[in-house]
Design a protein around this ligand. Structure first.
Ligand SMILES: *Cc1c(COP(=O)(O)O)cnc(C)c1O
Length: 345
């Protein structure tokens, strides 16, 4: 009971997939991005729940994630690797039947040499300049690549979470220029692109963050609840200090609860003095600094000493926490600690 409980609502996850799937026309396949261990929530339960909801294809970042997913998911559904075919990956790619998204001529050579005839996809750069084949390399290699067992061509949008950004239309036009008439399945959109409308959907979409309840999918249902048990409660008298560096001085007598999670569990130290925990509908502010394994919380507003306090709950989602420290919900989710007991419900 001393362990922090991370509740993961798989039916909310499934509803989010269904909601995003409903944004595109009937012929468009909605896949799922489950990299970084299913955005921190546990790739096995997450992917299996999504498959039950209807997802027929998955994307991860690296071959090791693909192999773990293959073991959890069974032999049937395609798994794509955004990082492509990296040095030393041939055995994993072949053994787990992964589809590397080749992103440069060197990867094409490596893949062809190590695994001739093994299916691949191609990742194109349409302007983000992060990962993907440049237009001139693609022009040279396309006839050969399209003739092989090429499962998919894709690219990625840099500014899809800003619907009015001119970069979206620019990348769309570039992706079209590079892929019109190829006859191969195409994918351009993650969560943000799904919400940009049908011009951006092509054959396959591959949302991630929206499935897990994060922005920019404003209609998402929350998927996580983080409930942290109280270890000890004390009265702190007016003028006494709390925690490292004496950064907090009690302005009056107050009741402070010490709870069992800290920055080693992904609760960023930069949240010191900023974040609020919740007991039902009652806000209970953090006082003092975030420690490695502990947080100190002002619970004076509660009648009784609580058993646990919630950091993530219906009153406060990953994006609310992210906004406090100038980051994004993605980083809060993927930082969620390994010490948590993940409970799927
Ligand atoms: C992470 C990622 C996705 C999923 O993006 P979300 O914004 O989480 O929906 C899709 N495509 C690529 C290439 C990615 O790296």
């Amino acid at each position: 009971m001393g362990q922090t409980q991370l509740h993961i609502d798989l039916s909310a996850l499934q509803e989010n997939w269904t909601g995003l799937d409903a944004c595109s026309a009937a012929g468009v396949e909605t896949a799922a991005t489950v990299k970084a261990n299913g955005y921190g929530l546990g790739v096995g339960p997450v992917a299996n729940a999504l498959a039950k909801a209807g997802a027929r294809r998955f994307f991860v970042a690296i071959a090791e994630e693909g192999a773990a997913l293959r073991a959890a998911l069974g032999p049937d559904l395609p798994i794509h690797i955004y990082g492509g075919h990296m040095q030393g990956d041939a055995a994993l790619i072949s053994g787990a039947r992964l589809i590397p998204m080749l992103n440069a001529p060197e990867q094409v050579q490596r893949h062809r040499a190590a695994l001739p005839g093994h299916p691949y996809g191609v990742q194109l750069d349409s302007g983000m300049n992060r990962l993907g084949m440049e237009a001139q390399d693609w022009a040279a290699l396309a006839p050969d690549l399209l003739a092989g067992p090429c499962a998919l061509v894709m690219s990625h949008l840099a500014c899809a979470d800003e619907p009015d950004h001119p970069m979206n239309a620019q990348q769309l036009a570039e992706f079209r220029r590079m892929t019109d008439g190829t006859g191969v399945a195409r994918s351009l959109s993650a969560t943000g692109g799904v919400l940009l409308g049908r011009d951006y959907h092509f054959d396959i979409t591959r949302p991630g963050i929206g499935l897990y309840g994060g922005q920019p999918y404003a209609d998402a249902r929350p998927v996580v609840r983080l409930s942290i048990p109280v270890i000890q409660t004390r009265i702190v008298a007016k003028g006494e200090t709390v925690g490292y560096g004496n950064s907090f001085t009690a302005p009056q007598d107050m009741r402070v609860a010490t709870i069992a999670a800290g920055y080693a569990d992904g609760i960023h130290r930069a949240l010191s003095g900023k974040v609020t925990l919740w007991h039902g509908a009652t806000p209970c502010p953090l006082v003092g600094r975030v420690s490695m394994d502990l947080l100190t919380i002002d619970v004076s507003a509660l009648d009784d000493a609580p058993e646990a306090l919630d950091l993530l709950c219906p009153h406060q989602g990953v994006d609310d926490i992210a906004d406090l420290i100038g980051t994004i919900g993605y980083e809060i989710l993927t930082s969620l600690g390994q010490r948590y007991n993940r409970i799927y419900e």
